[in-house]
Design a protein around this ligand. Structure first.
Ligand SMILES: Cc1cc2nc3c(=O)[nH]c(=O)nc-3n(C[C@H](O)[C@H](O)[C@H](O)COP(=O)(O)OP(=O)(O)OC[C@H]3O[C@@H](n4cnc5c(N)ncnc54)[C@H](O)[C@@H]3O)c2cc1C
Length: 613
């Protein structure tokens, strides 16, 4: 085997999005030698795409807000499957983390008296999202990156981690390769923080970037960690459906907040048909009332009118569009029309500049003159690595996780804006947890040479095979399988079919062939990523089969109601004797003082949705 580049650190953080950067800064501040490894360039992580804002009960715009209401909104949004302690810590600590970002240089939009401005968002009772126009994620990444670089982190860019090693059950290191050269690199360490983000690339239509291949969830699972809530995948209702190259790119919720109307191919404004009976009273009764609400919202005036039906919850709007298409009332490219062109063009361009440019440049559609075509897009993974709330510790000693790769915070559905705050609250906690663990260890755990050699052999196999299928064909087949069988609506027969197809796809993935060398070879990278996407797809499908109810983002056509018994458990995925096993595990009991918050006086109706998350 070629000589290996090797590095030694106390803590290795995998992933340089909001969660990874915040974890690395914290571990370094606690005195650890920290290595930060990321698959793309520093500053290019998925977090950079976040638009709408970061949720924190700063109470700058609505002084009635407080952590208790944020906690309650989050638990209700998650159908009470969230880990109560995570929701509590998140609500309590998000304001401090946002103020910290400001102290580190983030320039948030301002109130007239100079404080951080906050905007309304679906599911949040009060105006709660601190933001920087519609590029909050960019400002956040820039701030954290500057802070991290000055903190003295060792950054390994364009480096993909493919395996974690353990010694006597404890984390001992990781192997990766540099994407530009294909050279392998070994990291020896005492603790690893996984902050690798989500899983969207297992689906064809997704708002997620190429990096979201479920690497962290798979690395953790293979090292013996537990995954939970994998059945809960959020489908954002409005992604682009045309042209094919940009299918799934997000269309901000702000379009609907600014008065965007959803219609089917017959011109019907269909969202009224889909409002849940229990909540119908919160929405406008007709077009006139909806229009009055929009006019008042845009001008910042109070009104008695109720909001338009398009501002129903994300899961509901996504299901409605999907149903219209399935029943033959879809647009030419298989979506719904989202129309804001009835508004003055100047107003559309002023309020939705990014959307105007996005459609003009990517689809040759002028949204001031024509409707957009939109459809649901795979957006966010609520499930992931099970962690201990206070420290981010996974169920393997020395392994920690934070951000979208971890689970527990959002339960069955995430509220918009709650991801960016999750990243900094639990990034900070996981960094502190990993540092405390690493400093407590005596001696350096070992990495077995044989295991390293086996991993390298495995990685090189697709390049050395004389024949075999292209990994791109297997990836396409996987995405079609997941879109078709494990999408917004699920039934037992489809899920079982998906499991059978996954067996054969796994077999095909084990025999793929890649031509060319190791030097920047995307086909070779995909051959590796495929294994991870297949693993998380199996976890999603198995957990979805077991959850025989409809809750949050998980809709079973064959089990359309809530099952109170299943409201008390997470589906837990674990490797046992080389096979994947899924079983319900009980949710921790919420303490009485937090339960009492839900018995207090009823809250006002949630704010209408504003900008997208
Ligand atoms: C278009 C869009 C808009 C959004 N807007 C909002 C919003 O306004 N508010 C909100 O709260 N949420 C929003 N979200 C969700 C939010 O942006 C993400 O959930 C969040 O940024 C995830 O951050 P993270 O730190 O967990 O992961 P990421 O930011 O994705 O970072 C993952 C990191 O892991 C690295 N990585 C992955 N695999 C490996 C590997 N094998 N080896 C080494 N490195 C690896 C990547 O290179 C990257 O550095 C939005 C999402 C999208 C798609």
């Amino acid at each position: 085997m070629e000589p290996l580049e090797s590095h030694e650190h106390d803590v290795i953080v995998i992933g340089a999005g909001g969660a990874g950067l915040r974890a690395a800064i914290e571990a370094s501040a606690k005195g650890c030698k920290v290595g930060l490894v990321c698959k793309s360039l520093l500053g290019k992580a998925h977090t950079v795409m976040a638009e709408g804002g970061i949720a924190a009960a700063l109470a700058h715009v609505d002084p009635q807000d407080g952590w208790q209401t944020h906690f309650k909104d989050t638990m209700k949004g998650g159908s009470f499957l969230n880990h109560w302690r995570m929701a509590q810590l998140h609500a309590q600590e998000a304001p401090d983390r946002v103020r910290e970002l400001e102290q580190w240089g983030a320039l948030f939009d301002r109130t007239p008296d100079g404080r951080i401005l906050q905007r309304a968002f679906g599911g949040h009772t009060w105006k709660r999202l601190a933001h920087v126009g519609d590029r909050t994620g960019l400002e956040m990444i820039r701030t954290l990156q500057d802070r991290g670089v000055h903190q003295g982190l060792d950054v390994y860019m364009e480096c993909t981690i493919t395996k974690l090693f353990t010694d006597g059950g404890r984390i001992s290191g990781a192997l990766g390769y540099y994407r530009p050269t294909g050279k392998f690199v070994l990291f020896r360490c005492r603790a690893v923080v996984i902050a690798t983000g989500g899983v969207g690339k297992s689906y064809r239509i997704t708002s997620n970037s190429w990096e979201y291949t479920g690497d962290g969830q798979s690395l953790a699972y293979r090292a013996g960690a537990e995954l939970i809530d994998m059945e809960f995948l959020q489908f954002h209702p409005t992604g682009m459906v045309w042209p094919p190259g940009v299918m799934g790119v997000l269309v901000t919720e702000g379009v609907r907040g600014e008065g965007g109307i959803l219609r089917n191919s017959q011109g019907e404004r269909f969202m009224w048909k889909y409002l849940p009976e229990a909540r119908r009273h919160e929405y406008a009764a007709d077009e006139t009332e909806a229009h009055t609400w929009v006019e008042a919202a845009v001008e910042g005036k109070q009104t008695e009118a109720r909001r338009p039906p398009e501002l129903s919850t994300r899961d509901n709007v996504a299901r409605a569009i999907y149903t219209e298409v399935r029943e033959g009332r879809g647009t030419p490219h298989g979506g719904a029309f989202l129309d804001i062109s009835y508004m003055p063009a100047e107003r559309v361009i002023r309020k939705l500049p990014s959307m105007y440019h996005q459609f003009m440049e990517l689809a040759d559609v002028d949204i001031t003159k024509q409707p957009m075509e939109v459809g649901p897009t795979t957006h966010y993974m609520m499930g992931g690595i099970r962690v201990e709330p206070d420290t981010g510790a996974a169920t393997v000693p020395g392994l920690f996780a934070a951000g979208e790769a971890s689970a527990g915070m959002h339960g069955a559905n995430r509220l918009g804006g709650n991801s960016l705050s999750d990243l900094v609250v639990f990034g900070q906690r996981a960094g502190a947890g990993a540092a405390a663990y690493a400093m407590d260890q005596v001696g350096n755990p070992a990495i077995s040479d044989a295991e390293v050699e086996a991993e390298v052999r495995d990685l090189l196999a697709p390049l050395e095979r004389g024949s075999g299928e292209s990994p791109y064909d297997v990836h396409r087949a996987l995405q079609e399988c997941m879109d078709r069988n494990v999408g917004i609506f699920r039934v037992r027969e489809d899920l079982e079919l998906a499991l059978r197809e996954l067996v054969s796809l796994n077999d095909r993935a084990g025999r793929v062939r890649v031509t060319g060398s190791r030097v920047f070879n995307p086909g070779w990278h995909l051959a590796r990523d495929l294994r991870n996407m297949l693993l998380v797809s199996e976890a999603i499908t198995r957990a979805a089969l077991l959850r025989t109810e409809s809750r949050g983002a998980h809709s079973r056509l064959d089990f359309p109601a809530l099952d109170p018994g299943l409201g008390k458990v997470n589906m837990c995925v674990k490797q046992t004797s080389g096979s994947m096993h899924v079983a319900p595990t009980p949710l921790p009991e919420m303490p009485a003082e937090l339960k009492a918050l839900f018995e207090a006086a009823p809250q006002p109706a949630p704010q209408p949705a504003g900008k997208s998350s």
